[in-house]
Design a protein around this ligand. Structure first.
Ligand code: HEC
Length: 419
């Protein structure tokens, strides 16, 4: 008799506990409306300062909320929030948050998943990104924007891309169709597909935003595209294998890498003539380039594993630096401190101190090629062609901050203000 009573009491208690649990969650959800402004209804903190509550252990949540309420844990906001909660509210809220999945499907969380394998931060801090970065996808024939992660349809083998100085147009080359695509950045719409020379590679826009120079690697020429008329208006004859161009800030000169081996070409943009070629013995196939902040020195990345440092006035080769294997992009950060280069056959980038020419290699992932720093020189984007991801480097700490999954074979990246 005694035993039976104990048994039915036990059953009754279990049932009661079960029903209370279900009710708790709903009541907790209702209460959580007052917390959503910071912790979201999904329990994923709105930004870095607000902790995630989703999936947290209920006992821990109860302990923290009680500690905020009694003041043993101090935080003015949370002390005020918890003051209005009674014990039942606290239990209900804890049950509710504990029941939520730790990930949701919104874009921020999608990025977080993509970077789960990362060394440092585990969260994509959207606020920390420079304005938009535009990544060209060789094998998905598209452009992707970061951090928004929109995708625009482009052409086959989409390779290099560049922005107009006002950021309104994006140009991208498609060497298998011998064309350059022009997009409106506001909508991602194709405005024009313009036939150029053979195997167009690098594309750059003049500082006044009027023309684009497209390096036709297969026809030893540069097509000059008028960006108002959206048509080719001139062709500049150069030496074999022009790959990419860099304009001086005043727009008077364009330096062009001549991958056929001639060296670094100098174009007078007023006459549209090749006026000089600086020979670069010691490097193999000049591929990409950038200039120092004072524009007196060029950093030329070759096709193999070198960067040539060239004094432009004299044509003197100051140094040949060994970097990672295979070709890659190169970018001098807008503050002039670093020249950063990828290496498609390796898993690291090389960060060259432009003053001392000392090199720091950092592992970023497989097949790093395109490199661009943000205008404030705080961040650098690196396309990882073999990982289908973009690495974000924090240039303040010189460390890999995160990786973001993108389409297939991200090749190049364009950032406004850093041509
Ligand atoms: C105005 C913003 C804001 C609101 C609204 C808010 N919180 Fe918080 N919450 C915070 C901040 C900020 C912290 C971090 C406090 C700290 O650093 O100690 C926090 C921390 C917490 C923690 C501790 C998490 C941990 O891991 O230690 C819990 C639990 C919590 N909040 C629950 C709630 C609940 C439940 C509500 C609604 C009743 C709520 N919060 C409303 C801003 C807010």
């Amino acid at each position: 008799m005694k035993k039976q009573l104990a048994y039915s009491l036990c059953v009754a208690m279990t049932i009661t506990a079960g029903t209370v649990m279900a009710a708790d969650k709903l009541q907790g959800k209702a209460k959580a409306a007052m917390c959503a402004g910071c912790h979201r209804l999904s329990g994923i903190g709105l930004s870095d300062e607000f902790p995630n509550l989703a999936g947290q252990k209920p006992a821990y949540l109860i302990k923290q909320l009680t500690a905020f309420k009694t003041g043993t844990r101090k935080n003015p906001t949370m002390n005020a929030m918890a003051a209005s909660l009674n014990n039942a509210d606290i239990q209900n809220l804890a049950t509710y948050y504990a029941s939520l999945p730790t990930t949701t499907t919104n874009a921020v969380i999608k990025q977080e998943k993509a970077i789960a394998s990362l060394p440092l931060s585990t969260k994509a801090n959207v606020k920390a990104f420079p304005p938009t970065a535009y990544v060209s996808m060789k094998k998905s024939a598209s452009i992707e924007t970061l951090p928004q992660q929109t995708s625009w349809k482009g052409g086959p083998n989409m390779l290099y891309d560049a922005l107009t100085p006002n950021g309104k147009r994006l140009l991208s080359t498609s060497p298998s169709t011998n064309t350059v695509y022009i997009f409106a950045t506001a909508t991602g719409k194709q405005l024009a597909v313009i036939p150029v020379g053979k195997a167009p590679k690098g594309v750059k826009v003049t500082p006044d935003g009027q023309f684009a120079y497209v390096s036709n690697q297969g026809s030893a020429s540069i097509s000059v595209v008028d960006l108002k008329r959206l048509a080719v208006v001139d062709s500049i004859k150069v030496k074999p294998g022009p790959h990419n161009v860099r304009f001086t800030r005043n727009g008077k000169r364009a330096y062009v890498t001549l991958q056929g081996g001639a060296g670094l070409g100098v174009i007078d943009t007023a006459t549209r003539k090749l006026i000089r070629v600086i020979a670069l013995p010691g490097i193999t196939g000049p591929h990409n380039l950038d200039l120092s902040a004072d524009e007196k020195t060029a950093f030329v990345r070759d096709f193999v594993h070198h960067v040539a440092v060239v004094e432009l006035a004299t044509g003197k080769l100051k140094k040949v630096i060994t970097v990672g294997n295979g070709h890659g992009g190169i970018d001098v950060t807008p503050d002039g401190r670093y020249a950063i280069t990828g290496a498609i056959g390796d898993d690291f980038i090389s960060i060259i101190n432009t003053r001392t020419l000392a090199v720091t290699n950092i592992k970023v992932g497989n097949g790093p090629h395109g490199v661009r720093a943000s205008l404030d020189s705080h961040w650098a984007y690196v396309t990882l062609t073999k990982d289908n991801a973009v690495a974000v480097i924090n240039l303040q700490t010189v460390q890999l901050e995160q990786k973001i999954a993108v389409g297939k074979f991200p090749f190049w990246v364009a950032v406004q203000g850093n041509p």
